[in-house]
Design a protein around this ligand. Structure first.
Ligand code: NDP
Length: 233
């Protein structure tokens, strides 16, 4: 399969890229131009030059989404899966009175409008075969069941991402494209911190199993976890 992974530089995005390549897939790894490429991603490209293509892709810049999609179209025609992984967590635990609204705006720009820009430009080159899929990496924080009176921008943006995913699922009914919002679990990454119980590799293996349709998913909505279990919306 040919996959697009956004935010592939580190954390879950890097793990999804690594796991997919090791399973024989080809990955277009979206990386912000201004972000320093990690040594791990550079090393992966040295080891797998034919399977890993690094793409400049800042999901807050619509022109880079357009250019990236044009580049992929010119090089391979179509892709089989779009993984919107890039995400931002800011203003943790702040009260409403303390919020910096610029940070709120930035969070929505990455976590909600980012995946929308990516889908807008990549949907036309998504294959229509029975392996085609859109995966938006969400969070349990976006569920009503986990609201606790904090993390306003992050929780609200992931809730909105879930709604975008569900809308898209309805819009693409009648195609074979599967459309899912996946909670990857609490992982040891820069965002999750080192106390998290899961490695990003464990989460990535579960998510790639879902993309490969190795798991039977029984959920009434598009929101599931990395094991394929339904999440509360
Ligand atoms: P990290 O903070 O470790 O990595 C975030 C990645 O997103 C980086 O590669 C970063 O790029 C990229 N990114 C941020 N902004 C942009 C942008 N504008 N354009 C392109 N890429 C961007 O996060 P995780 O790996 O932990 O999280 C991955 C996903 O999983 C996120 O969507 C997150 O919300 C979700 N998640 C994570 C959990 C956890 O426990 N870690 C729990 C639940 C959900 P750069 O390297 O250039 O900064």
């Amino acid at each position: 399969m040919k996959l697009l992974v956004t935010g592939a530089n580190r954390g879950l995005g890097l793990a999804l890229t690594t796991v997919s390549i090791k399973r024989g897939h080809t990955v277009f790894a979206g990386v912000r131009e201004q972000g320093d490429r990690t040594e791990a991603l550079e090393q992966l490209q040295t080891l797998f030059p034919k399977q890993l293509m690094i793409l400049p892709l800042d999901i807050t810049e619509e022109s880079t989404c357009d250019h990236a999609a044009q580049h992929v179209k010119a090089s391979v025609g179509t892709i089989d899966a779009i993984i919107n992984n890039a995400g931002l967590l800011t203003e943790r635990d702040k009260r409403i009175e303390e919020l910096d609204m610029n940070e709120v705006h930035k969070t929505f720009n990455v976590n909600v409008y980012g995946p929308m820009r990516v889908i807008k430009h990549f949907l036309p080159i998504l294959s229509r075969g029975d392996q085609a899929g859109i995966i938006n990496i969400s969070s349990e924080a976006g569920s009503f069941a986990n609201a606790y009176g904090g993390d306003y921008p992050y929780a609200m943006s992931k809730h909105a991402l879930n709604m975008f995913t569900e809308q898209l699922r309805h819009a693409l009914k009648g195609t074979d494209i599967s459309v899912l919002a996946i909670h990857p679990g609490w992982m040891q990454t820069d965002m999750g911190g080192q106390d998290a119980p899961l490695s990003p590799q464990e989460a990535a293996n579960g998510i790639v199993d879902i993309i490969e349709r190795k798991k039977h998913i029984q959920a009434s909505s598009s929101f599931i976890d990395f094991k394929g279990q339904p999440m509360q919306v």
